[in-house]
Structure formats: C-alpha cells, structure tokens
Design a protein around this ligand. Sequence first.
Ligand SMILES: [Zn+2]
Length: 334
Amino acid sequence: MEHLLALLEELSTCPGPPGGEEPVSQIIHRYLKPFCEIRRDGLGSLIAEKKGTSNRPRIMLTAHMDEVGFMVQSITVQGYLRLQALGGWAAGQLPGQRLHIHGSRGPVEGIIGAVPPHFKKGEQGELKIEELLVDVGASSPEEAVFNTKLLANKAWDDRAGCAVLVAAMEELGRHPNTVVAVATVQEEVGSRGAVTAVECAKPHVAVVLEGPPADDLPGIAKDSPQGALGKGCQVRLYDPSTIIHRRFWEWVTGLARRRGIAHQIAVRQSGATDARAIQLAQGGIPTVVLGVPVRHAHSHTSLIHLDDVQATLALARAILEMLDEKQLEKLLPE
Ligand SMILES: [Zn+2]
C-alpha cells in the first residue's frame, strides 16, 4: 500500500504536458526496467514488453503520460507571457492560479493574472461566490471530517492510470500471454501518441487505463452518477469516439463480478480516450477502457479515491492473468 501511494505521488507531481512527457517516462522506465524489455517509438511513447507463458495473445495495457498544459505563445512588450493551451482547459478556472514554466534554464514560477474586483466593471458572466462548492471528498456531513482515502494532486488524468499500469506490471503473477505496457504521449491533443504506439506494440487486444471525469458533483449527472468516487473501477461501454467491443466488455464485467471487484458502468456522452485510435488500428483491435474517476479533472487540483485505484488495479491484473489464447478466440467472431 505504501508503495502504491508513493508511486501515485511521484507520478502525479511530475510535470508532463503534451509533447513534454519525458520526465514521466523516465519514472515509468525506472520501475519497469528490471523485468521488461523497453523501447520507445518515434514520438516518445514507452513500450515495455513482458512475455508470459505464451506469445499469444499480445495484450496492450496502456495509459497516457501527458496532462493538460500550456506552451508559451509569445512574450508581450511588458514582459507577460501569452499561453497556447495544450488540451482542454476552461479559461474561467485559471485566473489566480500558479504554474511552472519549464524553460531551458529550469522551472520558473508564474501566476496567471486575475483582475481584482476593484477594477471590474459589471457582473456579466461572473461566478457568484454563493455558487461555489468546496470539495473535501465527503459524501455526508459525518464523512466531511475524516476521509483518509482521498488523494488530491494535479494530473490524476492520467497519472492515476500510469500508476495502475506500473503496479499491475509489478504485481503480475503467471500470465498466459505477452503483456505490452505502453505509456503514450499526446493523448490530450487528440490521441496522437496512441496512433504510433499501437503500430509498435502490435496487440491482439487492448486495455486502456484512464482517469475519466467523475460525475458525482451536484448538478452534473442527469440521473445516478456513472463515475462516483469510492464506487470502484469505471468500465466504459460508450463514448462519442468509441463503442466498446461488446464481447470483450461482457467478459471483463463478468470477470469483475466473479472476483467481487467494485465497478461502475458508464455510457459517456462526451469525451474520448486513446481507445479511439487503438481500436481502429491493424484492421480493428478489441479494446476496453477502465477508469479511476477523477473529480475536477483538467483543472489545477484533482481528487481520486484510493479504493477506485485498487479496484482498477485488481481488474487490470485479473484480465492479464486470465486472458489466454482460448479466450481470445471466443472474443473474436468466427
Ligand atoms: Zn485522460
């Protein structure tokens, strides 16, 4: 448990915007090197292979290393920096936040300018303080004082997935297949890294590990939440970019039920993952997406629940240890 917590902290604290994932890949490389054969593709994704008792099936277990970030677009004559967003930010969440600029002479801290209320004219489009909610990760007034399983840090999308990737490989027992652990670059700008990484990994099936946005905040889910903190691994069935392979999905959710692994099924009406690029490669690759729900994703600080990390890890491990050639044949139609 302490190892998993240390891994989560090290990975989420590390900087890694799209195109700048090298520090994250160095950490993953360090953990996987003792028992995997590691190479990189031309864009920087890390591909770590571990052969089990068979060459088939080749299972791609993957998480993206990049987090939403920025690039400096220009410097004004007064010395302010202008930003180019890398990934989906909401501009309204940014004023007053700190950030690090990783230049050639090391990191420099900056503060995103916020106009103080004294200089503001009118109230159009302004948030009201009484509309803001403070999240301490509780689901009741009693819990609001003592929940120790919540982890707050930046970049849980998708360093939570990266931590599950590393831990699943470390804890992997006998496996009747070959596992290719892939840490991709540039997911947040449209799954560019997955396009090239899947060509190198050459998998028969793929398991994408994600940090999808939690929808258990007040007013977000129309009906009951499908990504609630503490309710287990989110197993996606649909998002606008991917209809999940039905037989593979049924086998995975059946496995979760038989093993008593907490999980929640999601039909997402927005968003996309590396699954969209992977499933379209090599004539079509059956792919599932497992997620650790992340509250306040794509902002400066996000929140996850340790139980969800462990449920996702347990399900990923179960897939890797159970998916053999016979099972692969059952997944693919005659
Ligand atoms: Zn993500």
